[in-house]
Design a protein around this ligand. Structure first.
Ligand SMILES: Cc1cc2nc3c(=O)[nH]c(=O)nc-3n(C[C@H](O)[C@H](O)[C@H](O)COP(=O)(O)O)c2cc1C
Length: 225
């Protein structure tokens, strides 16, 4: 059965505008009724959601890069990272909700990216041709929120290194079928409800094709399985 991994990178839960939109999108995909799918949610800010990726894990990564063997401690750290990657790789489709934090992505999302973006796992490297994403044939939707920043605001109202970084990362790992929807600004806004409704409408339109591709994948899996 096709599967969706929903990665929630807001810790604001009941108060989160991006999470509310992600749930709307998932409900609409489900309501499209074009086949069933499995849904897993990863709340990145939950306690214990992610292993640390610090001194030992970074050394484990560099051992892989330089073809050296890992110490027992490094093997343990590498296996913890691998478990996070395996959950990512097992999904056919992704829903990300991403509030802007200080012009970038929230640190828990960056931590998740740093854990799973490993050579031979999500990307390959060739000294002649460069990097190549290995997560092909998957689709993603990313919902971006920001309180003050919105496209076209004067420079004094902030910059966006969040959606740009995230779009680049998706491409880097080979997820080319990606749709980005923005709900902004959520704070400095005279009619925030209208802005939210417009993002919701965009997500409603995106849900049909997203569900259709999942259903087609389900048919394919039935034939090949
Ligand atoms: C730690 C933190 C940093 C933030 N930094 C920015 C920022 O740089 N630019 C901006 O426009 N909004 C910023 N915001 C506001 C959030 O992006 C905004 O409230 C967003 O709608 C929150 O989404 P959520 O409700 O899904 O958590 C920040 C909020 C927090 C908590």
């Amino acid at each position: 059965m096709p599967s969706i991994l929903h990665v929630n990178s807001s810790p604001r839960y009941a108060h989160s505008g991006s999470l509310q939109l992600a749930r709307h999108f998932l409900d609409t995909v489900q309501g499209a009724g074009s086949g069933s799918f499995e849904l897993e949610t990863l709340n990145l800010f939950d306690d214990g959601a992610l292993p640390a990726f610090g001194r030992t894990a970074a050394a484990a990564k560099m051992a892989v890069f330089s073809g050296q063997s890992q110490t027992p401690e490094q093997i343990t750290a590498w296996e913890s990272a691998r478990a996070v990657f395996d959950q990512f790789a097992a999904a056919d489709a992704y829903v990300f909700n991403i509030p802007m934090w200080n012009a970038g992505v929230p640190y828990a999302l960056k931590q998740w990216i740093d854990i799973i973006t490993q050579p031979g796992w999500s990307f390959g490297f060739d000294p002649e041709t460069g990097y190549r994403g290995l997560m092909e044939g998957k689709q993603a939707i990313a919902i971006h929120t920001s309180g003050v920043y919105a496209p076209g605001v004067p420079a004094a109202f902030g910059s966006d290194f969040s959606s740009t970084f995230f779009a680049d990362w998706l491409e880097f790992v080979g997820i080319q079928d990606a749709t980005h929807v923005r709900f902004a600004p959520t704070v400095l806004n005279g009619d925030v409800e209208a802005t939210r409704q417009s993002a919701e409408a965009e997500l409603t339109s995106a849900a049909g094709p997203f569900a259709g591709k999942l259903a087609a994948l389900g048919d394919l899996q039935l034939v090949s399985g």
